[in-house]
Design a protein. Structure first.
Length: 341
């Protein structure tokens, strides 16, 4: 239990808010700084997949880290209760050509996960409206989903109720506090206090939000995914390394439109909204969580594609760094000093 230390958290995304909540619960005096007003951050536009299964199966950068991703996911049920959220545990299915299905199945199996073959009737039931041509699917129950925008609001409300103060301005440093937690996503303005931030690179992500109704499970296809989204569907997402602008790029989005019409042909698309967020990536694809050079500066950033999945685990490590508690078995793998030369 911390008594007394004051903590500035820079950034009100998934990492900053989850950390602020847990720090306040541990007895710290916490102030969260974030100048963001109308435009959502990466956390606010995310698809909300808590997806250790297909991330490990399909994304080489996290292939060796199923244990870490599972540890993040397994902390979610407690946060679900704490925030009054509902996690969608209906699972996810890969759909598409034989090569893609083989890759998805082998990726799951080589991680030690069950890869279920769904027959045509089952996938049509689990994904209502899916084109009949998609008659085979590889299914996992390991992947869950939250409503990311709702989770962000719930985290902030819970943090406020726990005594966290919010300031709608940038943090320039410690802001008078004993500790600084840098959870600024892809931003590098505070690198003077934490040189490891220089290791971050941006990956722009654009996601389509369609009002076309979809109440099925998460679908993973070659080049994109579909998730239910506020009665409609979200189709995501572009991966544009090196880009940190929020411009909408119609050309880059074209494959996502094509994917949506291939999966759900003949239905009115409805209203289309595009949202853009900037992911922060480290050289090895894992977040940086913990001390850098300054003993009272804690980093919580570099989430890349799995910031929501890992947020509860990141918050636990941040609290342990400040309370000198048990940071658990993953703190070493995420230590920002792993990049020090
Ligand atoms: C299109 C898209 C889809 C995604 N889908 C998923 C998904 O399905 N599942 C998943 O787990 N992850 C997903 N992600 C990734 C996930 O959204 C991110 O990894 C995660 O939200 C990053 O959270 P964060 O708190 O580190 O950063 P952010 O959410 O970017 O928040 C950082 C905040 O810091 C603020 N800030 C910057 N500088 C300062 C400063 N000096 N002082 C104060 N505040 C500052 C910014 O205004 C911002 O609000 C997706 C990302 C994108 C873009």
């Amino acid at each position: 239990m911390i008594k007394g230390p004051s903590i500035t958290v820079a950034g009100a995304g998934a990492f900053g808010l989850a950390s602020a909540l847990r720090l306040a619960e541990a007895g710290a005096r916490v102030r969260v700084f974030d100048p963001l007003q109308d435009q959502p951050n990466a956390s606010g536009v995310a698809a909300g997949m808590l997806a250790p299964g297909f991330e490990v199966a399909l994304d080489p950068s996290v292939r060796a880290h199923l244990d870490l991703l599972m540890a993040g996911r397994n902390l979610w049920p407690e946060l679900e209760r704490r925030l009054g959220l509902v996690i969608d545990r209906s699972g996810a299915a890969a759909i598409g050509g034989a090569d893609f299905l083989h890759r998805a199945a082998m990726g799951l199996k080589s991680a030690g996960l069950h890869a279920g073959d769904l027959p045509a009737r089952a996938i049509q039931t689990l994904a209502p409206g899916l084109a009949p041509g998609f008659s085979q699917a590889v299914f996992t129950r390991e992947d869950w989903r939250i409503d990311a925008a709702a989770a962000l609001v719930a985290l902030r409300q819970a943090a406020e109720a726990a005594g966290v103060e919010f300031l709608p301005v940038e943090a320039l440093g410690f802001e008078g506090a004993d500790w600084l937690v840098i959870a600024t996503g892809a931003a590098q303005d505070l690198a003077v206090l934490a040189p490891a931030l220089g290791q971050l690179s941006p990956i722009k992500g654009q996601i389509l939000r369609l009002t076309r109704p979809y109440r099925g499970i998460t679908l993973r296809a070659e080049g994109g995914y579909v998730v239910p989204d506020a009665g409609g569907m979200a189709v995501g997402a572009t991966m544009q390394p090196g880009r940190r602008d929020l411009e909408i790029d119609p050309e880059t989005l074209a494959p996502l439109h094509t994917l949506a019409s291939a999966l759900f042909p003949g239905e009115a698309v409805g209203e289309v909204r595009v949202q853009t967020g900037i992911r922060a990536a480290t050289p090895d694809g894992l977040p940086m969580v913990g001390r850098d050079r300054h003993p009272n500066v804690i980093l919580a950033t570099g989430a890349r594609r799995n910031g929501w999945l890992l947020a509860p685990l990141v918050a636990r490590i941040v609290v342990a760094c400040i309370t000198e508690g048990d940071a658990g078995p993953y703190a070493t793998r995420l230590d920002p000093r792993r990049f020090a030369t």
